[in-house]
Design a protein around this ligand. Structure first.
Ligand code: UDP
Ligand code: MG
Length: 319
């Protein structure tokens, strides 16, 4: 077993401006802890000077280890690689942009010492984010909470501490469409939360535009629920009942000589309505099918260009 007590994993995609400050803040916090630690940086195919920055940090402090991907694989995959390479007894996931204050790590470790296996950070307030992002995030967390089978805590991001036992379980989960928050909840063990105020980005722009947020939301829903697939059945039953009532109504109207619902417009509306419901249902099936296809191809989750500073190469079940 490695000597390292705590691994801090930060995925980075074009974060040259934030990296030195991230290192400084983390080092400051970890000095207070007085335990052996490592900072695991994942370069998710950055096109700026993030790579050189990581090299410099590693040279000035060998506790900084880093992994370089061959291209951009996305945030959730970068975090996964970080967990694969991390060597510590506890692993902490943190964003590189300092929106998650490293100072909270001490509180998380206190909770771990009390016997919790997962300590997630709950955002009590989010600074510097548009009302649209806040609103959609609120909606997203509540929707996921309602329709999925696992209890994913409300208003938590990926900022969290995990015990080695949990990390080892997560390494066995090979799915390509990953929603780390959901997977940690799924694993179980003793979990608790600590609250914090989410700060503004230290520098640079968000790497999560609306398009990516929607994709992550779909990953979360399809990864933890088959509710959308069942929706077609519910809607089918509902329209069948409405149609039956309608048919009876039309027959009675006709028999009593009332000229109801004549003409093409009614037919057209009905055909279009049912046609679109069928297309939406097909789309939902297609979404699941595409994801099954991605899984069965069995490609590796990521491709590593180089890994610097690690004692041993990780054993991820499918890399
Ligand atoms: N990130 C990444 N790969 C990506 C997108 C983002 O490694 O494809 C990293 C990014 O560098 C940051 C973290 O994931 O450290 C969270 O991204 P960001 O802060 O842009 O998201 P937001 O906080 O705006 O949701
Ligand atoms: Mg951020």
């Amino acid at each position: 077993m490695s000597e390292i007590f705590c691994s801090i994993v930060a995925p980075c995609w074009n974060e040259e401006e934030t990296l030195p400050e991230l290192y400084r803040r983390i080092a400051e916090v970890m000095e207070q802890l007085g335990e052996c630690w490592e900072l695991v940086l994942i370069n998710d195919g950055s096109t700026d000077n993030t790579s050189q920055m990581m090299q410099q940090l590693h040279e000035s402090d060998p506790r900084v280890h880093y992994v370089e991907f061959a291209r951009n694989f996305g945030h959730q995959i970068a975090v996964t690689a970080g967990m694969d390479f991390a060597q510590g007894q506890v692993v902490i996931l943190i964003d590189a942009d300092l929106q998650d204050p490293p100072e909270l790590i001490l509180q998380m470790i206190d909770k771990w010492r009390e016997g919790y296996h997962v300590v997630y950070a709950i955002r009590s307030e989010r600074k510097g984010e548009s009302w649209f992002k806040l609103f959609t995030a609120q909606l997203f967390y509540r929707l996921i909470y309602r329709i999925t089978d696992v209890n994913i805590p409300l208003d938590t991001g990926d900022f969290r501490l995990m015990d080695r036992q949990v990390v080892d379980q997560m390494k066995g989960m090979k799915e390509h469409h990953r929603f780390i928050r959901g997977l940690t909840s799924w694993v179980g063990f003793k979990q608790t939360g600590v609250e914090y105020v989410r700060e503004e980005r230290f520098a640079g722009e968000t790497k999560y535009p609306l398009r990516k947020m929607v994709r992550l939301a779909i990953t979360a829903i399809t990864g933890f629920s088959i509710f959308p697939l069942q929706l077609a059945t519910f809607v089918g039953f509902a329209t069948a009942i409405v149609s039956a009532i309608f048919i009876i109504f039309v027959i009675i109207a006709r028999l009593s000589g009332y000229q109801a619902f004549e003409g093409q417009a009614t037919t057209l509306v009905m055909v279009l309505f049912l046609g679109s419901i069928q297309l939406i249902s097909l789309g939902i099936i297609g979404e699941y099918l595409g994801r099954i296809y991605d899984e069965v191809r069995g490609r590796p989750l990521y491709v590593v260009n180089k890994a610097v500073g690690f004692e041993a190469q990780p054993v991820h079940s499918d890399i």
